[in-house]
Design a protein. Structure first.
Length: 202
């Protein structure tokens, strides 16, 4: 299996009758691979997939329904599904990083989260999904950096205490670290280490 800089039709994927099917063996969907493609209505991702590149499906405005993120996927990068019409996301067991604007401006009503490995939900990851009102985390060591602007999920700790419960009981995520900074200039993230700048409330 080789990571490619560009996916080739009929070799790496097919697009027929609105269904994009990416073949088994593909590890990474490159940045901007399918951006602005109005022919895509649904996608089938391979079990071998590890990462979804920056703006890979951004502005695919006929992409709707449910997106199933396979269990091997670890990285969902910036704006990967920005400005589509996705209603539901199923996050696989190994999703670890959900980056800036990744699902911004969709029509999300539900996220089914199977991952207990999420370490970061980045800036505006789910912004502008006005019907979206619930996200259940399965672990309690997560940095959440202002991802839910213009949704029905609140920003302050009391709202999160109500929204974010462990699946294994009703214990509030007391150790979840929440940064409501208005700008990503308030943190850095390099080599897997997130650093919040001095003076930023966490």
């Amino acid at each position: 299996m080789v990571e490619k800089e560009k996916l080739i039709i009929n070799e790496d994927y097919t697009l027929e009758n609105g269904v994009l099917k990416i073949f088994e063996g593909v590890l990474h969907i490159p940045s901007f691979a399918f951006s602005c493609n109005r022919d895509i209505q649904s996608i089938i991702l391979p079990s071998t997939l590890i990462s979804i590149g920056k703006s890979a499906f951004s502005f695919c405005r006929n992409l709707t329904g449910t997106i199933i993120i396979p269990d091997f996927v670890k990285y969902i990068l910036d704006s990967s599904f920005n400005d589509c019409k996705i209603n539901k996301i199923v996050l696989g067991k190994n999703v670890t990083y959900i980056w800036t604007d990744s699902f911004k401006s969709n029509t999300l009503t539900e996220i089914e989260n199977h991952s207990d490995k999420i370490k970061l939900i980045n800036y505006h990851a789910f912004m502008d999904n006005k019907e979206f009102n619930k996200f259940i985390l399965n672990n309690n060591n997560v940095y959440i950096i202002d991802p839910f602007k213009d949704t029905n999920i609140g920003y302050n700790w009391d709202d999160w205490a109500k929204m974010c419960k462990l699946n294994r009981g009703n214990e509030v995520l007391k150790n979840t670290k929440i940064c409501t900074a208005d700008t990503p200039d308030n943190y850095t993230f390099e080599d897997g280490i997130l650093k919040i700048k001095d003076g930023v409330e966490v």
